[in-house]
Write a protein that binds this ligand. Structure first.
Ligand SMILES: C[S@@+](CC[C@H](N)C(=O)[O-])C[C@H]1O[C@@H](n2cnc3c(N)ncnc32)[C@H](O)[C@@H]1O
Length: 326
């Protein structure tokens, strides 16, 4: 089954980057990164060698790109007319979020990326130089430690993609507040879809609500989260096609993987969130579809039978993570 693909020009730029590395070392470093993500639900510690950064481009970037694409598509669905012209990517790494945003929001004309690691910035700038999007070729990169207390410049869309969880929780809350103050329209936080990633998202959600944000997605409301304090955690998944180089390295391995992620989208102006959100793979049986939904009244299971024709047609096409009308 096919998954989300990187744009060809980004895939080619990544191949140029990784071809410099010894392929056996690269395979080992890719394995180490994957293990680290599986164990810790984040990179665990800074990615501090050229080899591990090259491995990130192969084994993590396609996945974080897919998660960004999923979340940005949700903003576009909720607010198709939102005139987003600027994006601020905090902890941008190789610029994944801006690459994804360039494909979704054609109105974007200004990108700023803040990143503490000069090596990540250089790698991101090399990738961006090969892009056909002026948003990337003319992006402003700033070396900046997100823990510093300085205010950020105001942007329409502010993104923390897989970066908030790398900071200690006390610093993370202050960062969310500062990021929100610099948001004129939407702020996005994305983390791995693990209990730890979800906990980071829940904390961010609470800080955003306490600072007056509307929650646009995935939640249908801004009341307490029904999964908080349970053994369950709110997360979604995107099927990701492996890059050509990734497949070459892992010959015989599956051509795709499933990236699980948790996220929150906060909005400056009131947007009408989904009435309900599908929070599990729908069970599509022969005469009915069973949906597990997050609703205004908590987690509910709804069975849609063939007798309710229009709803049944929609339910057959519905996917985990989609909005549902209730
Ligand atoms: C897991 S990578 C995510 C990169 C990119 N946002 C993505 O979605 O693929 C985390 C990034 O956050 C950056 N980062 C971590 N702590 C930081 C800090 N205190 N200040 C600035 N950047 C930081 C790291 O250098 C790294 O580039």
């Amino acid at each position: 089954m096919n998954g989300m693909r990187l744009p060809d020009e980004l895939d080619a730029a990544i191949q140029d980057e990784v071809e410099r590395a010894d392929q056996r070392d690269l395979l080992r470093a890719s394995g180490e990164l994957t293990l680290r993500y599986k164990a810790a639900g984040s990179s665990g510690r800074a990615i501090d060698s050229d080899l591990h950064r090259a491995a990130y481009l192969l084994v993590r970037l396609p996945a974080t790109y897919a998660a960004c694409t999923h979340v940005f598509s949700e903003i576009r669905r909720l607010a198709p007319q939102a005139p987003l012209t600027s994006i601020l990517d905090l902890g941008g790494g190789p610029g994944t979020a801006v690459f994804a945003a360039a494909e979704i929001f054609l109105s974007l004309s200004h990108a700023r990326l803040m990143e503490s690691s000069p090596a990540w910035m250089r790698m991101g700038q090399r990738l961006a130089a090969k892009s056909s999007h002026p948003l990337l070729t003319e992006a402003h990169w700033m070396q900046h430690d997100l823990r510093a207390e300085a205010a950020f410049p105001i942007h329409d869309l502010v993104v923390l993609s897989y970066s908030l969880g790398e900071l200690p929780p006390a610093t993370a809350e202050a960062l969310v507040r500062r990021a929100w103050r610099s948001t004129s329209q939407f702020m996005v936080v994305i983390e791995p879809g693990t209990p730890r990633g979800f906990a980071t998202i829940l904390d961010a959600r609470s800080a955003l609500i306490a600072n007056g944000a509307y929650i646009a997605a995935p939640c249908p409301h801004r009341d307490a989260c029904p999964m908080a304090g349970t053994r369950d955690w709110c997360h979604f998944a995107e099927r990701v096609e492996r890059t050509s180089q990734h497949r070459r390295l892992k010959s015989g391995a599956l051509g795709y993987e499933d990236e699980k992620f948790s996220y929150v989208i906060a909005a400056r102006n009131e947007v009408r969130p989904a009435a309900a959100r599908i929070v599990r793979h729908p069970k599509k049986l022969s005469r009915h579809v069973q949906l597990v939904l997050c609703t205004l009244h908590g987690i509910e299971t709804q069975t849609v039978t063939r007798s309710s024709r229009d709803a049944y047609k929609l339910a057959r096409r519905a996917e985990w993570g989609d909005a549902w009308l209730k």
